[in-house]
Write a protein that binds this ligand. Structure first.
Ligand code: SF4
Length: 477
């Protein structure tokens, strides 16, 4: 039994930012190679602190879904997963035993050598005759990177791909150009003499740059733009979609996972399996977990909002796969994104009918890691992480939360956590019984979540604002 965990950035504000990871997880899941494919995020749930707990396997491969190496892949993700590693990840990845699991952490997908095939696939989409020698001879490829002075590795991957594709001899020339640094993409007319120019953005997703700034800067009018006044005469620029949205990324993921995981086998984690066996047994008798009611239904299990108990099924939207449900519960009834899944804002008006095998995935989409953490609490093996420890772990723009006083943290938590179903063990709040004992809201919070950390940071920033300082002076006067 092997599990694959795909890790993305996510967002507290924008639910769409998790879409790419969900998409690739689904493509890989369809291959049936892994016992489970799980999504995890830095700024969304399941968080990096939770995600390993949601895995049922003792062999877990974690792949960062980033286009290049950098702060997140080298600092944040290893730290939050508890890998005990900081800095560049070696080519073969990192393997650690964490909580009885062998966790293999790989390089981000964007640096895998197979990405040159993805670039090529993008080029063929806009120029299907590319492999005919007379077309290739008249075509120059531009691998377009963002370019940044903060991370030289992101440029290295562009140069490496350009060099590898040059070697393959398909194109007359291959250039590595950048949006934000030299050599800039806007200089292509001075550099390229070929009749056809294919520009492939080495970007993770469609967005402001790929859809607006690049076309605007180059004067592109669509997939193919004819330029008649360039120094080399008429030239057509073919502009492709970014590499990061190509379905071939799923193959890159599988390749990375295969390379990372030499050892096979391993038993299901016993504690994990026992937790779910117990939950499934309780569910067949009717169980409430947070705001969710689970009931037996024709040999299957039905999940719905507890306030929809007794509502005719014809009034409710029915999901028969966990993935359908996933997209519904990420928004509340007003259509607002729910950054913390245990906020008391679970939408109403739906039901999901799943078998026992899918129950775990369905419940993870609603409340990630809640079953595992709650079971660990009832077995006295869940350790709370005090705020100072969480604060000390923060780096970058979040490091300032280390300066927050206990009173400031508590004031923010009073506001934020009041909307949450969890009970803050890290602030020594008593929990007592849990949903395993029939108390639906008995859900532990072992550690301040990233949403709360961000709220503490915002509070400190607001304290420094001129308005706040004026107000404080007025209050003192
Ligand atoms: S820190 Fe507060 S908001 Fe975040 S999960 Fe814990 S209880 Fe909920």
């Amino acid at each position: 039994m092997r599990s694959l965990v795909l890790v993305g950035h996510g967002s507290h504000l924008n639910g769409d930012s998790a879409g790419a990871v969900y998409y690739y997880a689904e493509l890989v899941r369809q291959q049936g190679i892994f016992a489970e494919v799980i999504e995890g995020y830095w700024k969304e749930e399941p968080s990096l602190r939770q995600v390993l707990k949601t895995s049922a396997s003792t062999e877990v491969t974690v792949i960062p879904m980033f286009i290049s190496e950098g702060y997140f892949t080298e600092t944040v993700i290893p730290r939050e997963l508890g890998l005990g590693h900081q800095g560049p990840v070696p080519e073969g990845g990192i393997a650690r035993v964490i909580g009885g699991r062998t966790v293999r952490y790989t390089l981000p997908y964007g640096v895998h050598p197979k990405m040159q095939d993805v670039i090529l696939a993008r080029a063929r989409e806009v120029l299907p005759d590319l492999d005919r020698p007379e077309v290739g001879r008249d075509t120059t490829l531009v691998v377009l990177g963002h370019g940044t002075t903060r991370n030289e590795n992101s440029n290295k991957v562009i140069e490496r791909n350009a060099a590898a594709l040059r070697e393959r001899g398909i194109f007359a020339e291959v250039h590595a150009l950048y949006l934000d640094e030299d050599p800039k993409v806007g200089t292509w007319p001075e550099r390229v003499g070929a009749k056809n120019v294919v520009i492939v953005p080495f970007f993770a997703s469609e967005g402001w740059h790929t859809q607006e700034t690049i076309p605007a800067e180059l004067g592109l009018t669509g997939t193919a733009t004819l330029f008649t006044d360039t120094p080399s005469g008429p030239q057509t620029v073919y502009y492709t979609k970014p590499v990061g949205t190509h379905p071939m990324i799923a193959e890159v993921i599988l390749q990375l996972a295969a390379e990372a995981s030499q050892a096979r086998g391993g038993d299901l984690d016993r504690t994990h399996a026992e937790s779910w066996r117990l939950l499934t047994r309780l569910a067949h008798g009717g169980l409430r977990v947070g705001e969710v009611l689970i009931s037996p239904y024709s040999g299957l299990l039905e999940l719905r909002h507890m306030l929809d108990e007794g509502r005719p099924t014809t009034d409710l939207l029915t999901y028969v796969t966990p993935e359908g449900l996933r997209d519904r519960v990420r928004q509340d009834d007003a259509g607002e994104y729910r950054p913390v899944r245990t906020f008391r804002t679970l939408p109403r008006g739906w039901r999901a009918v799943v078998d026992e095998a899918d129950l775990r995935r369905a419940l993870h989409y609603i409340y990630p890691a809640v079953v595992e953490e709650t079971r660990a609490y009832t077995c006295h093996s869940l350790r709370a992480t005090p705020w100072p420890t969480t604060a000390r772990r923060q780096t970058g723009i979040y490091a300032k939360v280390q300066k927050a006083s206990s009173a400031q943290v508590e004031a923010v938590a009073q506001k934020v956590c009041a909307a949450c179903l969890r009970t803050r063990l890290w602030a020594a709040e008593p929990l007592g019984q849990t949903f395993f004992d029939g108390v639906p809201g008995g859900i532990p919070c072992a550690e301040a979540c990233t949403y709360l950390v961000a709220a503490v940071r915002d509070e400190l920033s607001a304290e420094k604002s001129p308005e706040k300082q004026d107000q404080a002076k007025l209050e003192q006067a």
